[in-house]
Design a protein. Structure first.
Length: 284
C-alpha cells in the first residue's frame, strides 16, 4: 500500500509540474497587484485539478489509503490529463497556419516577433493586442477562432488624423503609433493605472493614468530605477508618467499610472517616437 501511495504522489507531482509549465508557456497566467504595489504572477489551475489537490491534502498523512480511493484518484488525474490533451489538440494549429497568423498580425500592424511559425512571447503580445482591439478574450492563445478572426480583420483606425502621433486607448489597453498618412503602423498591448491607492515616499497616491493630449518631453536610454521600480527606455509625457518597457504587462490595468509596454518593443518604440511627439490618451 505504501508503494501505491508513493506512486500516486510521484505521478501527480510530475503531472502537476508539467501541466503548470504548459500553462505558463501558453500564457494562461493572471497578474495581480499585492498590497505593496508589486505585481505577482499566479498560475491558473482548473477547477478539476484543485478538487484533486484538495482530496489529496485531506488524506495526506493518513493511513486510510484504501485501494478504491487510490484508484479513484488515479482515474481523476488521468481524466484531467487526457481532457487537457484533447482540448490542446483540438486547438492546435499546424506550421502553415501559425505562419499565416503571424503574417496577418504583422500586416494589420500588430507589433510582434519574426514570422517563423513560433508563437513566442513577442508574438503572444501581438496576439493579445489583437484580441483587445477585436473584443476577444485576452488569453494570448492562438486557436482556430483567432486565426479565422485574423483572416477577416481590418486594421484599426486612429481617433486623430493629420500628422504622426501616438494614441493610447485606456478602455482597450492598447497603444497605436500613427504615421503622417493616418495609418496605424504599430500596435502594442499596454498596462495602465489601476486607480488603486499606494504609498510612495510617505505620501498616498492614486494609480491614475491621465487622459488628454500630451507630448514626449524627455526620454532615458536603457534602465531607470525609480522608487516604484525599474523602467526600461522610459518616455516621459507628464510629470512622472512615462511610456516604458516592463516585464509585467498584464491584460488589464495594473500599473501605478505609467503606460507599460512589452520589453521587446521598448527600445524600438523609443527610437521610433522622437521628443515632441504628441500623445493622446483617451477612453473609448
Amino acid at each position: 500500500m505504501r508503494s501505491i501511495h508513493r506512486h500516486v504522489h510521484c505521478f501527480f507531482s510530475r503531472w502537476k509540474g508539467d501541466h503548470e509549465t504548459n500553462e505558463t508557456a501558453k500564457g494562461n497566467y493572471d497578474e495581480t497587484e499585492d498590497g505593496t504595489g508589486r505585481l505577482e504572477t499566479k498560475m491558473a489551475t482548473s477547477t478539476a485539478q484543485r478538487k484533486v489537490v484538495k482530496r489529496l491534502r485531506c488524506y495526506e498523512g493518513s493511513s486510510r489509503w484504501s485501494p478504491l480511493l487510490l484508484l479513484s484518484l488515479l482515474l481523476a488525474v488521468f481524466g484531467i490529463a487526457n481532457g487537457t490533451e484533447k482540448r490542446s489538440s483540438s486547438q492546435a494549429l499546424d506550421l502553415a497556419e501559425r505562419l499565416e497568423a503571424e503574417q496577418r498580425l504583422a500586416d494589420l500592424g500588430y507589433w510582434g516577433g519574426p514570422i517563423d511559425g513560433t508563437i513566442d512571447p513577442s508574438s503572444r503580445h501581438a496576439l493579445i493586442a489583437f484580441q483587445k482591439v477585436e473584443g476577444l478574450p485576452r488569453s494570448g492563445t492562438l486557436t482556430h477562432k483567432e486565426l479565422q478572426a485574423l483572416r477577416t480583420a481590418v486594421p484599426p483606425l486612429p481617433r486623430h488624423t493629420g500628422y504622426a502621433h501616438v494614441e493610447i486607448d485606456l478602455s482597450r489597453q492598447v497603444l497605436f503609433v500613427v504615421d503622417a498618412t493616418d495609418a496605424v503602423t504599430h500596435i502594442l498591448p499596454v498596462c495602465t493605472g489601476n486607480e488603486k491607492t499606494y504609498v510612495d515616499h510617505g505620501q498616498v497616491h492614486r494609480a491614475h493614468t491621465p487622459t488628454g493630449k500630451f507630448k514626449v518631453l524627455r526620454k532615458i536610454v536603457g534602465w531607470r530605477r525609480s522608487s516604484l521600480g525599474l523602467l526600461y527606455y522610459p518616455n516621459y509625457i507628464h510629470e512622472g508618467t512615462a511610456i516604458h518597457g516592463s516585464p509585467l504587462v498584464a491584460v488589464y490595468p495594473a500599473s501605478h499610472g505609467c503606460i507599460r509596454i512589452p520589453m521587446f518593443a521598448a527600445k524600438g518604440f523609443s527610437e521610433l517616437v522622437p521628443v515632441g511627439t504628441d500623445v493622446f490618451i483617451y477612453q473609448t
